[in-house]
Every structure is written in structure tokens, then in C-alpha cells.
Ligand binder design. Structure first.
Ligand code: ADP
Ligand code: ZN
Length: 630
């Protein structure tokens, strides 16, 4: 605990107060107790009764619950002058009262003296009060410190767990390269802007739109743009934030969110990563997750609970529609599904133009060339790329971004940060052979992507890299292309074997082998590209969706399984043989390229091809896709 004035006060104040009362207790009668003591002298009870019988008493005041009395009586010893005398009474004496009435003496009974008692009562209460006050302060303290132990006290009350933006400031123009999605979402904007137009003709306004696509393709931006275009508030929450430690928190967050949204309708609710809550109920190892299911149920209840014309449209984003609970996709819920894919060449160009708007580019910079070199990049990757280039420009103290910065930024985004250079030696030589092996196969196989460059500079995990020319992405890949890719992936290991011998091969090819095995396996089990025939034996997602897929995993017999293994091995062995043959037959070219690579650390694709062409015929290439071989 931090030592602060608050703490000092908290502990010394009670001590002072308690001390005060202890002192009070040690000196009773120091305060209060007035009246009684004004009687100057004492009278015994017996004498008092005598006086009473003699009719000398004129007035009696009884105090202390009948234990003391102050008596006014005429004293025969003092010329019958009136005296005030104090009498100690023997406690509760009802007969005294009747006697006083008999003698017609005026009397009065005073309740026990109060001024002392109040303090006494307070003294009894002071400890509990201090305790409660202390706890209260402690509680407030811990509550003020965000994220402290006080946090546990307000679970359920979702404090700023969802964000609200009154104005997103994003418009459709800011989101580039996803024209189809934008067109479909344009409709949602009209629902929000002019619902009457639709309800007038009896059309039901959809409640939910599901955006499907990989991360970074602009799904959040699109949702914000809808809000921006329609001029309505934007509520957002991530599916993973719904699901928390405490059961019931997610559900109450959903309630809160919808309550706020209804207060602010028309509006957009955006749920990112809806698969975090929306996975199939009852799936998963060890039974379902209660919390998640409750949250999902609450979400569905809320969605069913308002009419389409309430002015709330829920937009959810996911990368994995396949794992979603079918209940989510039922009509009346997320019945519109729009896919937002990684952009094509034209899309990338327009995204680059959007993000280049606020950057200083040298006139030579060719955005189309960049778009061509970056297939598979998402909008977020491209934004990141231009930002990295801008950082490099600033670091190099240039006025405007040139192609040099952009090329470096692409390399960095694709393959990671540059590491420390390799030291000369046997390892460097082996890595050089490995890379030249990849590049040679890539150059000589007719269906392999052409080499863009070979580098001996470590980047990310890799110590050397062969970069292949990124052509436009393809959706269809032929058997010949797959075979050539497997061969190319084996090129590194094949060169190690041919040059250094079987005993000297290294672990460096581990990543290559993993890739090519997966490719060969898919050729057999998914694409029907082996002697096993056109059978689909495995589903698309490699990732096992725990619980569901595990059950339906072994769809084929053990006999088929062993034939699959044999086919995979046959493909890989054939490619391995072919790769070693190509290396052996072009050993002279390989040796020369390795020397050059060690000297220069980078060989450009064009130069590489020219050197190889001096030794053998290099096939022409047309189609290619992006890839990278370490
Ligand atoms: P998602 O929600 O699909 O993961 P985001 O919408 O959060 O992706 O995008 C992240 C960032 O990437 C955005 O802030 C934007 O800078 C950039 N971006 C992504 N897609 C696009 C696009 N289509 N047009 C312009 N910028 C984009
Ligand atoms: Zn390799």
C-alpha cells in the first residue's frame, strides 16, 4: 500500500477519537451532571422520612431513576428556613411516591441525566461507525485506481467496454478496392437514412449484416463508413470482449450495449470477431463454454427483440463463417452475408492511392508497379507498407518517398526485419548453395514463378531468401504448377546434398519440407491429383475446429490412409529426384552463382537468368504467383 496522507488520517483519526473517550471514561462527571449538586448538604433517608411525616417537606425532585432526590424542606435547626438537601434513596421506592401524594408534597421525577449518556451511547457506536467509514474509504480508494481490486465490484456493469463514436468521420470513399461490398452496403445506408421508403411498401429492413473476410481487409472501416455516410452513431465491441472470466458478464454486456443503442437509434452496432461468441453451441472439447453460450443466447434474444424498423443495424465481422452457430445465420438475424476479400490488382492500386493522399511521393514512384508487386496484400498491409516507407524516408532525411524506400518497405513487410549479416565461412557457403538451389529450379522449371532476386541477408527467421516474382494472384493452380513448386521447395535441400553430401545436410530445410509435404498431401487428399483418383478426403480447413472436426476426422479407412501416404511419398520422391538431377547437370552454373552471391549478397532475377542461360536453355514463363522460399 502506498503511504499517503489519506492513510495517515484514516488511522490517526480513530485513535484520537478513541483516546478522547477513554479519557472521558477516566473522569466521569467532568461534564454534565448538572442540577443535583446544587443541593448544599446531605440528608439521610431516615431523617427525610421524619421530615416528611412532620410535614416539613415542600418539594421533592427525584433523579437518577429514583436513587437520589433533592428535597426542599424547612430545617428546624435553622429557624425553619428553607433548605435544599440531597437525599440518597434506597433504590426503587414506589411507597415513597404514594407517601408524597398522601402528604400532598409536590414532587417531580427527572429521567436519568442525559448529557453523559449520549456520550456513552456515542462511545459504544463509535467503533462500528469508524469501521464502516474506514471500509468505505478503503473501498473508494481501490475503486478509484482503475483496474485495481475494486474492479471486481462492478463486473456486469460494462464500463466503456463498447465504444461509441457519435461521428465516425469515415466515408465510403476512404475504403478502396472493395467495390462490390460497398455497393451492397450502400443499401444499408439507405435503410438507415430513409426507412419509410422501405416500410411503406411493406419491406422488412434487415437487422444484421455479416462481413466475411480475412483480417485487415477493411471490414471495420466499411462498418464505420456506413455509419459515417448515414450520419448515425457507431457502437463497436469485439466478440472476444464479450467473453470474460465471470459467467453472466457477457450477457449483461450485450444487454447494456443494446440498451444504449436503442437510446441512440438509428445507429450501427459493430461486432468484430463474432466467431469468438458465435461458435457453434455445444462444440468444443470438454463440453460447451457456459459463458459464451449465455452471451450468444443473449445476443440472439436481443436481435429477435426489436423490429427491423427500430433503426438499429448490426454489422458483424468474421474470418471463419464455417464455425458460426447456424442460429446466427437464420433469417431475421445476420441474413445478409457480404464477403470482403483481399483486394485484386485494381483494388490494391486504389487502396494505395487512398493512403498515398497524405504522403509526399517522388514523381518517379509508380503506384501501379507497387500494386503489381504486392499480390495477397490486404488493405492493412498496404497501409502499413506506405507507412513503413514514410518512416524510412524520414530516417534517411529525404524530402519525398522514392522507390528505394518502398522496395525496402515491401521486403520488410513480406519477410520481416533485416538481421545481422552472416559471417563468411562454411555456413554462409552452405546457405548460398541452398538459396541458389531454390532459384535454379525456379528458373529452369517451366511452370515455376520466375525468380525476382536471391539474397543472403537474414530476415525474420530466414538466413537467406529466394524471392519469386509476384505475378497476379491465381485462383486456379494446375497440377504442373504444384509439382514445380514442390520441386522448387526441394531445390535448397537438393543442392546441399549434391554439393556437400548426404551427411552434411542441415536443419535449414525444415520449413521447406513442411510446406512441400503439405502441398503434396493436398494434391492427393483434396485435389484428386494422384493415382488415387479424384477423391476429396479432407475438408478445406487445415485447422481442426476442436470438438466438431475431431469427431468426423477419420473419414477414410486405414487402407486408403496408407495409400494416401504412399502417393504423397511418390510425388515428393519424384520431385526430389528431378531437383537433384537439375542441380547436378548445372553444377558449373550453380558454383558460379554461389560465388557471386557470397560476394554481392544479392543477385537480381534478371542477372540470375542471364548467367543460367549461358549454361543451359531457360524456359519462358507466363503465369506466376507470389511466393518466397527461405
Ligand atoms: P478489418 O476490420 O477487416 O480487420 P480494418 O478495417 O480494421 O480491417 O483495417 C485496418 C486498416 O487497414 C484501416 O484502418 C485502413 O488504414 C487499412 N485498410 C484496410 N482495408 C482498406 C481499404 N479497403 N481501403 C483503405 N484502407 C484500408
Ligand atoms: Zn529453403
Amino acid at each position: 500500500m502506498k503511504f499517503s496522507w489519506r492513510v495517515i488520517l484514516l488511522w490517526t483519526l480513530p485513535l484520537l477519537v478513541v483516546g478522547f473517550f477513554l479519557w472521558q471514561g477516566a473522569f466521569p462527571g467532568a461534564v454534565g451532571d448538572s442540577g443535583r449538586n446544587t443541593a448544599s448538604s446531605q440528608l439521610s433517608y431516615g431523617r427525610f422520612l421524619d421530615y416528611l411525616d412532620a410535614g416539613r417537606v415542600t418539594n421533592v425532585e427525584i433523579y437518577d431513576g429514583g436513587r437520589t432526590a433533592v428535597v426542599e424542606a424547612m430545617d428546624p435547626d435553622l429557624d425553619n428556613r428553607m433548605q435544599r438537601l440531597r437525599v440518597d434513596l434506597p433504590g426503587n421506592t414506589p411507597e415513597l411516591v404514594s407517601k408524597l401524594r398522601e402528604e400532598q408534597v409536590s414532587f417531580d421525577v427527572h429521567p436519568p441525566s442525559n448529557d453523559g449518556a449520549i456520550w456513552g451511547i456515542l462511545g459504544n457506536l463509535i467503533f462500528p461507525i469508524l469501521l464502516i467509514a474506514g471500509l468505505f474509504f478503503l473501498f473508494r480508494r481501490s475503486n478509484n485506481v482503475g483496474g485495481g481490486p475494486g474492479q471486481a465490484m462492478n463486473f456486469g456493469k460494462s464500463k466503456a467496454r463498447f465504444q461509441m463514436e457519435a461521428k465516425t468521420g469515415v466515408v465510403f470513399e476512404d475504403v478502396a478496392g472493395v467495390d462490390e461490398a460497398k455497393e451492397e452496403l450502400q443499401e444499408v445506408v439507405s435503410f438507415l437514412k430513409k426507412p419509410e421508403r422501405f416500410t411503406a411498401v411493406g419491406a422488412k429492413i434487415p437487422k444484421g449484416v455479416l462481413l466475411i473476410g480475412p483480417p485487415g481487409t477493411g471490414k471495420t472501416m466499411l462498418a464505420k463508413a456506413i455509419a459515417g455516410e448515414a450520419g448515425v452513431p457507431f457502437f463497436s465491441i469485439s466478440g472476444s470482449e464479450f467473453v470474460e472470466m465471470f459467467v453472466g458478464v457477457g450477457a449483461s454486456r450485450v444487454r447494456d450495449l443494446f440498451k444504449k443503442a436503442k437510446e441512440n437509434a438509428p445507429c450501427i452496432i459493430f461486432i468484430d470477431e463474432i466467431d469468438a461468441v458465435g461458435r457453434q453451441r455445444g462444440a468444443g472439447i470438454g463440453g460447451g463454454n457456459d459463458e459464451r453460450e449465455q452471451t450468444l443466447n443473449q445476443l440472439l434474444t436481443e436481435m429477435d427483440g426489436f423490429e427491423g424498423n427500430a433503426g438499429i443495424i448490426i454489422i458483424a465481422a468474421t474470418n471463419r463463417p464455417d464455425v458460426l452457430d447456424p442460429a446466427i445465420l437464420r433469417p431475421g438475424r445476420f441474413d445478409r452475408q457480404i464477403s470482403v476479400d483481399a483486394p485484386d490488382l485494381k483494388g490494391r492500386l486504389s487502396i494505395l492511392s487512398v493512403h498515398a493522399r497524405n504522403k509526399k511521393l517522388a514523381p518517379e514512384v509508380d503506384l501501379e508497379g507497387i500494386a503489381r508487386r504486392t499480390p495477397g496484400f490486404t488493405g492493412a498491409d498496404l497501409a502499413n507498407l506506405l507507412n513503413e516507407a514514410a518512416i524510412l524516408t524520414a530516417r534517411r532525411r529525404k524530402d519525398a518517398m522514392t522507390m528505394a524506400e518502398i522496395n525496402d518497405a515491401i521486403d520488410r513487410v513480406v519477410a520481416g526485419m533485416e538481421g545481422t549479416p552472416l559471417v563468411d565461412g562454411k555456413t554462409k557457403r552452405l546457405i548460398a548453395y541452398h538459396e541458389v538451389g531454390h532459384a535454379l529450379i525456379g528458373t529452369l522449371r517451366p511452370h515455376h514463378d520466375p525468380v525476382q532476386k536471391v539474397t543472403l541477408v537474414p530476415r525474420g527467421q530466414a538466413r537467406g531468401l529466394t524471392w519469386f516474382m509476384p505475378g497476379e494472384e491465381q485462383t486456379l493452380v494446375s497440377r504442373a504448377q504444384l509439382m514445380d513448386r514442390i520441386m522448387g521447395a526441394l531445390g535448397g535441400r537438393a543442392a546441399e546434398e549434391v554439393v556437400f553430401g548426404h551427411a552434411e545436410v542441415t536443419t535449414g530445410a525444415g520449413g521447406d519440407l513442411q510446406q512441400l509435404t503439405a502441398m503434396a498431401r493436398q494434391m492427393v487428399t483434396r485435389f484428386g491429383m494422384s493415382d488415387l483418383g479424384p477423391l476429396s478426403l479432407e475438408s478445406q480447413s487445415d485447422e481442426v475446429f476442436l470438438g466438431r472436426d475431431l469427431m468426423s476426422r477419420s473419414k477414410y479407412s486405414e487402407e486408403i490412409a496408407s495409400r494416401v501416404d504412399a502417393q504423397v511419398r511418390a510425388i515428393v520422391e519424384h520431385c526430389h529426384e528431378e531437383a537433384r538431377r537439375l542441380i547436378r547437370e548445372n553444377r558449373a552454373a550453380v558454383d558460379r552463382l554461389v560465388d557471386l552471391l557470397i560476394e554481392k549478397e544479392t543477385i537480381d532475377g534478371e542477372e540470375f537468368r542471364q548467367i543460367v542461360a549461358e549454361y543451359t536453355e531457360v524456359p519462358e514463363k507466363e503465369q506466376y504467383t507470389v511466393s518466397l522460399q527461405s
